[in-house]
Design a binder for this molecule. Structure first.
Ligand code: SF4
Length: 99
């Protein structure tokens, strides 16, 4: 492996180990980046879907999600994605046991 290829591999590896898990910060939408700036990054490997502040909504044949700790609107501009890396306000959602 040539030196430039090694350097590129190192940079890619370092970017992949950011505080936000496998995400590179600039790949994330600004609304989750703002949460990371305000509250820091949460535990590595956790996703917003597991946070108690992540709220899912359903209406007829449509579903969407929001973060309860951010500004919410009726539009998709404040929708939240389950797979986003958590912020410092992350609180593990209680699991409902099914029997
Ligand atoms: S971890 Fe929880 S509080 Fe933080 S952005 Fe995700 S859903 Fe919102």
């Amino acid at each position: 492996m040539c030196r430039s290829t090694q350097l590129l591999a190192i940079v890619i590896a370092l970017l992949g180990q950011g505080k936000a898990g496998h995400w590179v910060g600039s790949e994330l939408p600004s609304r989750i980046q703002e949460m990371h700036r305000a509250f820091g990054a949460g535990p590595a490997g956790q996703q917003c879907a597991d946070c108690r502040h992540f709220q899912r909504y359903h209406s007829r044949n449509k579903s969407w999600a929001k973060c309860a700790l951010t500004r919410q609107s009726g539009g998709a501009g404040t929708d939240w994605k389950a797979h986003w890396p958590v912020c410092g306000r992350f609180e593990m959602r209680e699991r409902v046991e099914r029997g």
